[in-house]
Design a protein around this ligand. Structure first.
Ligand SMILES: *Cc1c(COP(=O)(O)O)cnc(C)c1O
Length: 391
C-alpha cells in the first residue's frame, strides 16, 4: 500500500527483495525434487544445503543441527511435543511461562490432555520470568523448560543464560522460542547454552511458510510428521525449496546487516517513545526499560480502547497492533499484559508499535503528530472519566 506507515514488524515483515530474487529460480526453472537423482534435483538439493549452512552460521550451530519446518508455530510444537514424547519414560513434567506465544502455550495445553503436567511460571512487572519460581517448579520428573527469548508483545528479553544454567544443573532440556530475536539480536546457541531454538522466516524479512528448529546434537526428540526420509528423518515431506532458499538468504542478510540496522531501529523506537511520552499524559510503557527488543514499543493509553486508536491510526495510513495479532479481534485482554500485573482496563488501552527496516524518521514523526489528537478526541468521548471535565 502506498504511503503506508508500517509499524507492525513483530507481526510480520515484508520479504526483502533480495530474498525474493534468490527464491525465484526455484519455482519455474530449478524445480527439481531434492530427493531425486538427476542434475535438476541435485541443484535443488545443493541450494537447500547451502541455505542450511547460512541458517546454521547465523546461530553458530552445525548445519546438521538445523531442521527446516513450515513456520515458527511448527518449530515450537516440534520442540515441545517432540521432546515430551521422546522423554516420557524419564518424566512427564514441563515448565514454561505464562507470557509465551500461543504456539507454545497451546502446545503445552494439548500435552496436558495427553497426561503431561505443565507448570506456567509467572513474570515480574517488566515481563521477566521469575527464576525463583522456576527453580522451585523443578521436580525429578521435569524433562523440558521452554521459555521465549524475547516477548513478541512487549519486547522483554528473558535471562536465557541463567535459565540455561538452571536447566543444565538439573539435566533438563531447554528450548527457546527465538522467533522475535533471530535476525535482531546476536544469537549463539553455544553461548546461550540452549538445546532447541525456534525461528521463523517471515519475522525477519524472509518468506512466510518456512521456519527452522535448531536441535542440539544428542537431543532426544520424536518427529511430528512421519513419511519419507527428509531432513534426516526428522520432518517428512518434500522440502519447500524456494522457502528454504529464502530463509537462507534472509539469514545471510541479517548476519551482515543486523547490528547497524538494529542501532538505527532502536533510535527510531526511542524517538517514538520520547515523542509520545512528551505529548500524551497518562501513558505507561510496558516491557523492560532496557532489556527490550530494539524496535518494540508497547504502551498503555489510559481511559481509551486500544482498538479505537488502531482504527483511527488506520484512517491515517498507520498500521500498528494492540496486544498480539492473535488476540486482536477478541475481547480478552492480552495474557502477557495481565501476567505482568497490568489491570484488564489498562491492558485494553494498549498499543504495540514495532519498528523495522522500512521505517524512517518521517514515519515516526508522523505518528508523533497524529496520535496525540486521536487520544485527546477519544478521551473526550470516553465514559471512563478522564476528559469529562476532570482535567
Ligand atoms: C510469530 C511468532 C510465532 C509464530 O511464528 P509463525 O511463523 O507465524 O507460525 C511464535 N513465537 C513468537 C514469539 C512469535 O512472535
Amino acid at each position: 500500500m502506498e504511503n503506508l506507515i508500517y509499524l507492525d514488524n513483530n507481526a510480520t515483515t515484508p520479504t526483502d527483495e533480495r530474498v525474493v530474487e534468490a527464491m525465484l529460480p526455484y519455482f519455474c526453472k530449478k524445480y527439481g525434487n531434492p530427493s531425486s537423482i538427476y542434475k535438476l534435483a541435485n541443484e535443488s538439493d545443493m541450494a537447500k544445503e547451502e541455505a542450511r549452512d547460512k541458517v546454521a552460521k547465523l546461530l553458530n550451530a552445525k548445519p546438521y543441527e538445523i531442521v527446516f519446518t513450515g513456520c515458527g508455530t511448527e518449530s515450537d510444537n516440534f520442540a515441545i511435543k517432540g521432546t515430551a514424547f521422546a522423554n516420557r519414560k524419564k518424566g512427564n513434567h514441563i515448565i514454561t511461562s505464562s507470557i509465551e506465544h500461543h504456539a507454545v502455550l497451546n502446545a503445552c495445553k494439548w500435552l496436558e490432555k495427553q497426561g503431561f503436567e505443565v507448570t506456567y511460571i509467572g513474570v515480574d512487572k517488566h515481563g521477566v520470568v521469575n527464576l525463583d519460581e522456576l527453580r522451585e517448579a523443578i521436580t525429578d520428573k521435569t524433562i523440558l523448560i521452554s521459555i521465549m527469548h524475547a516477548n513478541n508483545e512487549v519486547g522483554t528479553i528473558e535471562p536465557i543464560k541463567e535459565i540455561a544454567d538452571i536447566a543444565k544443573d538439573n539435566g533438563i532440556y531447554f528450548h527457546i522460542d527465538a522467533v522475535q530475536t533471530v535476525g535482531k539480536l546476536p544469537i549463539n546457541v553455544n553461548d546461550l547454552s540452549v538445546d532447541l531454538l525456534s525461528m521463523s522466516g517471515h519475522k525477519f524479512y524472509g518468506p512466510k511458510g518456512v521456519g527452522a528448529l535448531y536441535i542440539r546434537k544428542g537431543t532426544k526428540i520424536d518427529s511430528l510428521l512421519h513419511g519419507g526420509h527428509h531432513e534426516r528423518n526428522r520432518r517428512a515431506g518434500t522440502e519447500n525449496v524456494p522457502g528454504i532458499v529464502g530463509l537462507g538468504k534472509a539469514s545471510e542478510i541479517a548476519m551482515e546487516e543486523f547490528e547497524e540496522e538494529e542501532r538505527r531501529v532502536k533510535k527510531l523506537r526511542d524517538r517514538l517513545e520520547k515523542g509520545l511520552m512528551e505529548k500524551i499524559d497518562d501513558i505507561i510503557i510496558n516491557g523492560h526499560p532496557e532489556r527490550r527488543l530494539p524496535g518494540t514499543l508497547n504502551l498503555s493509553v489510559k481511559y481509551v480502547e486500544g482498538e479505537a486508536i488502531l482504527l483511527q491510526l488506520n484512517h491515517n495510513g498507520i498500521a500498528a497492533s494492540s496486544g498480539s495479532a492473535c488476540t486482536s479481534g477478541s475481547f480478552e485482554p492480552s495474557h502477557v499484559l495481565t501476567s505482568m500485573g497490568i489491570s484488564p482496563e489498562t491492558a485494553h488501552g494498549s498499543l504495540r508499535f514495532s519498528v523495522g527496516r522500512s521505517n524512517t524518521e518521517n514515519d515516526i514523526d508522523k505518528v508523533i503528530e497524529v496520535l496525540p489528537p486521536i487520544v485527546k478526541k477519544l478521551r473526550e468521548m470516553s465514559p471512563f472519566g478522564k476528559g469529562k471535565g476532570i482535567r
